[in-house]
Design a binder for this molecule. Structure first.
Ligand code: NAD
Ligand SMILES: N[C@@H](CC=O)C(=O)O
Length: 488
């Protein structure tokens, strides 16, 4: 049984398939640990392939009905689910902190963010409009209708255990698709809590399924299945590439939200306090484990010393601890491997001449914690320049002019988000045009929400989630031509 921090009504150690709660046939379970304390949170079933087959059958049956319901009825279900999330806001946040480790304030923010997609797509689903095409033949009427694509398989990461599911599932369900969710096995309980609330909202016929088990084999089965028409993945570029290959044989519609390597550029004309605030938030939110995290901070040489002074004072004041404590700013990393990777990347930079400051790692409050670290004089041959560190490590580069910083910022295979801090309008226009990224924040790092088209270019992904275009990922345009219709 979970401890008192977790609301028992939302806690399920079973998968949710076809409106039923399912255990594994052989009884195999996977243990989930609290990354802060290493205590066991609970266990989830390692489903066998026949259970995944059941999920596909249920989703197909559900699709045939759900796709035929009125859009307003689907909207009502999504709004009921939205309200259920709000009624259970604190319980969802606590469960997330327990299994993911993020500070409780961040978890509360994510619950609000995750629920916002349900409301947005409840509204947006009613506007999946077709079009009339002016005919070139006086006897024909031409147009398009938007049809739901079919079953959508949704595979999500551990860093945003609720929002990465609702951003996809709400769009798919609003469009008329049924969904099969495979959450990260580090954070399955948030997904299962979402299923408890989906059940309460009346999604009980296989429209919404959550399966747990071996990620690679479940993903392979979903990719190989022709009835699964869409695959929407959020996670690392490496796994995304594998899933793209696996989806080729059944020619699925794929949406990929992959890794980032965001540059954050601080020009010499800025309000320094605003830039320090923005850089701290862009780096340390979600304890640095965010696809939008500023992975490389470029600071103009003229303001370098002043920026570093303000940034490091504030960084060293961040409170590192168990996310369940209200005062915590930085929680644990997801597992020991993430700590090892961050240390190896810092060591690599130091070995190549970078300057490393910050509190000693000996002060870390547990095995999975990484103390906030500042690494200066980062250069392109260092791993911290090339790879996502996914830890509270701030990598700082210096620059002298606009052209060189734009070139350096674009010198990566990633292209998710970029940030600029400047008060010069001409510079804003130039950077906006030339930064090769899907999303650009100007004088802010607060760029997301249900209403925006979220997504990256290059190896950061394919497609967009959220906004009006988010619905399109789950719709096929069907063209029609009616002959023998005289046009008056
Ligand atoms: N672009 C975005 O919107 C966005 C949002 C959040 C996270 N991310 C990215 O996600 C990454 C961190 O998440 P992660 O560590 O969970 O990523 P990951 O790629 O390791 O895992 C993502 C999902 O894929 C599953 N998975 C892992 N290995 C698999 C395999 N071989 N075959 C099939 N499925 C497999 C996991 O169980 C999980 O459900 C970072 O790169 C981050 O930038 C991107
Ligand atoms: N912070 C992102 C998720 C990336 O990890 C978002 O806002 O969707």
């Amino acid at each position: 049984m979970p401890d008192a921090f977790i609301e028992p009504a939302l806690f399920r150690e079973q998968a949710y398939i076809g409106g039923r709660w399912i255990r594994s046939r052989e009884g195999d379970m996977k243990t989930v640990e609290d990354p802060a304390t290493l205590e066991i949170v609970g266990k989830v079933p390692m489903l066998e392939s026949d259970a995944i087959g059941d999920a596909i059958d249920s989703a197909q049956g559900a699709f045939e009905q759900w796709s035929q319901t009125a859009a307003v009825e689907r909207a009502d279900r999504l709004m009921a689910w939205y309200r259920a999330m709000h009624d259970n806001h604190e319980a969802l946040a606590r469960l997330m902190t327990r299994e993911q480790g993020k500070p409780i304030a961040d978890a509360r923010g994510e619950v609000t963010y995750a629920a916002s997609f349900l409301r947005w797509f409840a509204e947006e689903g009613r506007r999946s409009l077709g079009a009339r095409i002016p005919s070139e033949n006086p006897d024909s009427a031409l147009g398009t209708v938007e049809e739901p694509i079919g079953i959508a398989a949704i595979i999500t990461p551990w860093n945003f255990p609720l929002a990465m599911i609702t951003r996809k599932a709400a769009a798919a369900l609003a469009a008329g698709c049924s969904v099969i969710i495979k959450p990260a096995m580090e954070t399955p309980f948030s997904a299962l809590a979402l299923a408890v609330l989906a059940e309460e909202a009346g999604l009980t016929n296989g429209e919404f399924n959550v399966v747990t088990g071996d990620s690679k084999s479940i993903a392979s089965q979903l990719c190989a299945e022709p009835r699964v028409r869409a695959l929407s993945f959020t996670g690392s570029t490496h796994v995304g590439q594998q899933l793209l290959k696996n989806s080729a044989d059944t020619v699925k519609h794929v949406s990929m939200e992959l890794g980032g390597n965001a540059p954050l550029i601080v020009c010499d004309d800025v309000d320094l306090e605003q830039a320090v605030d923005g850089a701290l938030a862009a780096k340390f939110q979600t304890s640095g484990q965010d696809c939008l995290a500023a992975n490389r901070i470029f600071v103009h040489r003229r303001i370098y010393d002043e920026f570093i002074k303000g940034f490091s004072e504030r960084m060293n004041a961040l409170i590192v601890g168990n996310g369940a404590e209200e005062k915590t700013d930085i929680g644990p990393l997801i597992h020991a491997g993430a700590v090892e990777k961050a240390q190896a990347m810092v060591d690599d930079a130091q070995g190549k001449g970078a300057k490393v400051t910050g509190r000693s790692q000996d002060d870390a409050p547990g095995a999975n914690f990484f103390m906030p670290t500042l690494v200066e004089w980062i250069t392109p041959e260092m791993r911290l320049f090339r790879e996502e560190v996914f830890a509270p490590v701030a990598s700082i580069c210096v620059f002298d002019d606009d052209d060189s910083v734009i070139k350096a910022a674009n010198d990566t295979e990633y292209g998710l988000a970029a940030y600029i801090f400047t008060n010069n309008d001409a510079r804003i226009r130039k950077f906006l045009r030339r930064l090769d990224y899907g999303m650009v924040g100007i004088n802010t790092m607060d760029i997301t929400g249900p209403h925006v088209p979220f997504g990256g270019v290059k190896q950061s992904g394919l497609g967009r989630e959220g906004g009006h275009v988010g619905l399109k990922e789950y719709l096929e345009t069907k063209y029609y031509c009616i002959g023998g219709v005289p046009v008056h």
